[in-house]
Design a binder for this molecule. Structure first.
Ligand code: TNX
Length: 486
């Protein structure tokens, strides 16, 4: 029987004692001609074509011939948009899902099943897989503010996310060191703060058309994009661009260090509310997602009531665009509208206010720093990264459960899991991927796979098989001593 090593681990895998499906000139992707399905079919044909070095065609009719890969929508599956069934036989492959998103998850599984032998023959073993995610929100937050991440590098990260079935790209677009999204109503944000970055490194920012490219590239891979504008702290890039946001009226100096917690908006200034309204309005105009992140973290200089007023103003600005609010865990200390998503990152706190917020209708997204902050060093010898949340080896990123983080938190309040990568010390793509790989795969499995199917030794042996894929893409990754890379 062939060895099957999928990451994240699916709900059920039945390997058949039967011949494999071989990719050859007869291989054809067949799909009903609906736009969102054609988009998936083209992606499949492209992926298979690249793996096998054969041009793979897309057709709209299944004549039952050998070599067909049929993509089909059905509701005979578990009640998740992303549930799928994948049946590989020698003659054909059937891919079934409730939605285009489910077909995309199935296709990623199919890609992980493919291998190419010494004669250059690419095949997938005969298998029947049924799968669905544990959580609907499986994200990666990436800090493009401390160091800018150009669109082409972001595409590589999005590709990796898709490969591990993550479905939310959270872009931390603003911070003290730089502003990374053009805001038409406040052009100085990018004009004066788009070019700066930590240590005086080159900055950059996304135009409306860059942002559309990112949304489209992610969307084609079943990934939503959640933009974050971090307020009312982490705002030096804004107060540097607009002096009207400071009590003295003078712009603050640019900042290229890596301290946190010093910058702030001021609730009582006449410019503050219009600023928040127009910035979030302009973000909503380019971002199709149902959520916008308002930040809200680490404001160390402000009285609680002023903080609460500013969070309320930002939240109203977001809601008036018809979007839901996401914020870092500190916002749970202010009154929240039901449905607000609280992103939990620091477990060194009293759980009671979070449990209260959940009972009042808030949803929780789990990003515990000591497990999911992929900018933490692996161990003391890791060259890049920070250490404030401890060292995170692959096993630390894997061996934890979202439901046991906050004492008393009802499981239904937890909507998902998000990894985060902050870029104070990470200035290019090799730096990013060496921190993401292999830990991104570990967090992805926490988010996707049912807890009873998760096992460190099993993951350890499966993730070893991923290195060949990273190498083929030419990516830097960390050869953790916890895994036998063979
Ligand atoms: C905490 S967690 C931060 C970021 C830093 C990060 C570094 C959170 C919401 N804020 O401002 O970049 O630690 O690891």
């Amino acid at each position: 029987m062939p060895e099957i090593a999928l990451v994240p681990r699916p709900r059920s895998v039945e390997v058949q004692d039967a011949p494999a499906f071989v990719l050859d000139e007869a291989t054809t992707v067949v799909v009903e001609p609906r736009p969102e399905l054609i988009q998936v079919a083209v992606l499949v044909a492209d992926v298979l074509g690249r793996v096998s070095d054969q041009a793979v065609q897309v057709r709209y009719r299944d004549a039952g011939e050998r070599g067909v890969i049929l993509l089909r929508i059905t509701d005979q599956l578990p009640a998740s948009d992303e549930a799928y069934r994948l049946t590989v036989r020698a003659e054909r492959i059937d891919v079934e899902a409730r939605s285009a998103a489910g077909l995309i998850r199935a296709v990623v599984t199919l890609r992980q099943l493919l291998s190419t032998d010494r004669l250059g023959r690419t095949s997938a073993p005969a298998v029947r897989i049924e799968d669905a995610p544990r959580y609907a929100w499986r994200g990666l937050s990436i800090d493009v503010a401390r160091h800018f991440v150009p669109v082409n590098d972001l595409k590589v990260v999005i590709g990796l996310m898709g490969h591990y079935k993550l479905n939310v790209l959270h872009l931390h677009l603003t911070d003290d060191q730089g502003w990374r999204l053009h805001i038409p109503s406040r052009p100085n944000l990018t004009r004066l703060s788009g070019g700066t970055a930590v240590d005086g490194d080159p900055g950059g920012y996304y135009s409306a058309s860059d942002f559309a490219t990112i949304v489209q590239y992610a969307g084609a891979r079943g990934i939503r994009v959640v933009p974050e504008i971090d307020v009312p702290g982490h705002v030096n890039a804004a107060t540097h661009a607009y002096g009207e946001l400071t009590p003295s009226g003078e712009p603050t100096a640019e900042y290229t260090g890596i301290e946190v917690g010093f910058s702030y908006l001021t609730a009582d200034l006449p410019a503050t509310t219009p600023f928040l309204q127009s910035v979030f309005g302009d973000v909503a105009a380019v971002s199709p997602d149902a959520y916008i992140h308002i930040g809200g973290d680490e404001v160390l200089t402000m009285a609680p009531d002023e903080y609460a007023r500013l969070v309320a103003t930002a939240s109203q600005a977001v809601r008036s665009t018809g979007r839901q609010v996401v914020g870092w865990q500190e916002i749970a200390h202010t009154p929240l509208e039901p449905g607000t998503v609280v992103q939990f990152w620091d477990p060194r706190v009293d759980p009671a206010p979070f449990v209260e917020a959940a009972k009042a209708g808030a949803k929780f997204l789990m990003s515990p720093g000591s497990k999911t902050y992929l900018d933490m060093k692996y161990d003391a010898s890791t060259e890049l990264g920070l250490e404030w949340a401890g060292h995170i080896e692959v096993r630390d990123a894997y061996d934890w459960d979202p439901e046991t983080l906050i004492d008393g938190m009802p499981a239904e309040a937890i909507i998902g899991v998000e990894a985060a990568i902050w870029t104070e010390t990470l200035r290019d793509l090799p730096a990013l991927t060496s921190m993401l790989l292999p830990r991104l795969a570990a967090v992805a499995e926490v988010a996707w796979t049912a807890p009873e199917l998760r096992d460190w030794d099993d993951f350890r042996s499966r993730v070893a098989g991923q290195a060949a894929f990273w190498d083929r893409l030419g990516l830097s990754w960390y050869a953790s001593p916890q895994v036998d890379w063979r």
